[in-house]
Design a protein around this ligand. Structure first.
Ligand code: FES
Length: 154
């Protein structure tokens, strides 16, 4: 079997060999770094997307909001991989739950200052871990995030 690969050489046929690698998929619950909640200890988090949809998930204690969002393919970039070096995991927390979250440290506050659309209840999703006090928390994804590049500092 042959096919044409137009971007490389438009008029050359390249043989296609069957892949020796098998393609595997895993269920969403195994994506990212999420833990499976123990029976009876499930915590709940609701995300409100940019278009107003609400999605509620059962999660385990200790999982952070960034990992939860990414495991469910929500629109949260997390450009720095959760190392508190960007603001692309910015979430707006329901005021009812905001005070139940431990105070942000200086690094998180510095990054939050760069977040687009900062509010009084803004937090970085990668820095907020689920706990019993946060069961039922609701977080909204901001309309935009700001991914600073080195050229932004010129
Ligand atoms: S993912 Fe970069 S600060 Fe949270």
């Amino acid at each position: 079997m042959f096919r044409i690969i137009p971007r490389i050489r438009p008029n050359i046929l390249v043989p296609i060999r069957p892949s020796i690698f098998k393609f595997h998929t895993t269920p969403v619950r195994f994506h990212g770094h999420l833990h499976k909640p123990k029976p009876g200890e499930e915590l709940h988090i609701t995300f409100i997307t940019k278009d107003g949809k609400q999605m509620t998930y059962e999660v385990a204690e200790g999982d952070n909001i960034l990992d939860i969002a990414q495991a469910h393919n929500l629109d949260m970039e997390g450009a720095c991989g959760g190392s508190c070096a960007c603001s692309t995991c910015h979430v707006i927390v329901d005021p009812e739950y905001y005070d139940n979250i431990p105070e942000p440290d200086d690094d998180e506050n510095d990054m939050l200052d760069l977040a687009f659309g900062l509010t009084e209840t803004s937090r970085l999703g990668c820095q907020v871990k689920m706990s019993k006090e946060l069961d039922g928390i609701r977080v909204a994804l901001p309309a935009m995030t700001r991914n600073l590049q080195s050229r932004d500092f010129n």
